[in-house]
Ligand binder design. Structure first.
Ligand code: ADP
Ligand code: MG
Length: 252
């Protein structure tokens, strides 16, 4: 497999001395272009920190991360953000309360010097199933699902190849979760996007991802395919326990 995203021997440590937290310990994986790769594990296992490290937002103490074979620069370049964008769990926290949807979507275009902002904003809204009527609304005038659609539109407006999705539906009601996951699935199919999706929910990862990495206490436990997950063919006891604990998990 030629990796589009490659992470090797990643270590991330927060704090010092008695406050030291080794959040990620020697984690490595490869993600192919067009693939959807999941990272699962319980709260605090280091999933979000891996995504933040890829964006250059975590105190990485060891390891190599490359995109398309090129090691990433520090700090991350403008070119990096044209290729890689992130969507966070809580769309309310990630949208500025006093910025309209139009401003949220126009800002990355201005930073990256796009001239045709208006047309791009309207297209980005349509692409996530929101009409032009949403353009001048504020976050508090949107439902949770609509807010997350805006966050997805913002991530996609620069036409990146890779989306890092950190629990993108965990803050949403169950009925809305499925709609947003289906939207993400359709966008990936249409555009050949590559996803790294973090979730504590095995059912979400089984629905969205072809392969996944299981993490525990900052370390990689094992990688498995969706097929192996559905057949409950996990190698490690920790993963078997996770499968049992995910009550109602049908491997859908
Ligand atoms: P997950 O996303 O799997 O729930 P995180 O990556 O958020 O886990 O956190 C992994 C560990 O790193 C946890 O122990 C968490 O408390 C710690 N951690 C995360 N971010 C910070 C930070 N900014 N400062 C100190 N510790 C942090
Ligand atoms: Mg997290």
């Amino acid at each position: 497999m030629t990796a589009l995203v490659s992470v090797r021997d990643l270590d991330v440590t927060f704090g010092h001395g008695a406050n030291e937290v080794r959040a990620v310990r020697g984690v490595g994986f490869d993600v192919a272009a067009g693939e959807s790769f999941g990272i699962v594990g319980e709260s605090g296992s280091g999933k979000s920190t891996v995504l933040r490290a890829i964006c250059g937002l975590a105190p990485t103490t060891a390891g190599q991360i490359s995109i398309g074979g090129d090691p990433l620069e520090r700090p991350r370049s403008q070119k990096f953000y044209r290729q890689v964008q992130m969507v966070f769990q809580d769309p309310y926290a990630s949208l500025h309360p006093r910025h309209t949807v139009d401003k949220v979507l126009s800002e990355p275009l201005a930073i990256h010097g796009f001239a045709d902002a208006e047309a791009r904003v309207e297209k980005a809204l349509a692409d996530v199933g929101l009409g032009a009527g949403f353009r001048f609304r504020f976050p508090h005038q949107l439902s949770g699902g609509q807010r997350q659609r805006v966050a997805i539109a913002r991530a996609l407006i620069l036409e990146p190849r890779i989306l890092l999705l950190d629990e993108p539906t965990s803050a949403l009601d169950a009925s809305i979760q499925a709609e947003v996951l289906n939207l993400l699935d359709a966008l990936r199919a249409e555009r050949g996007l590559t996803y790294l999706l973090v979730s504590h929910d095995l059912a979400v990862v089984a629905h969205m991802c072809e392969r996944l990495l299981v993490m525990q206490h900052g370390a990689a436990v094992e990688q498995l395919t969706r097929n192996a997950l559905q057949n409950r063919a996990a190698q490690q006891d920790y993963t078997k326990d996770l499968l049992v604990a995910s009550e109602g998990f049908k491997g859908a």
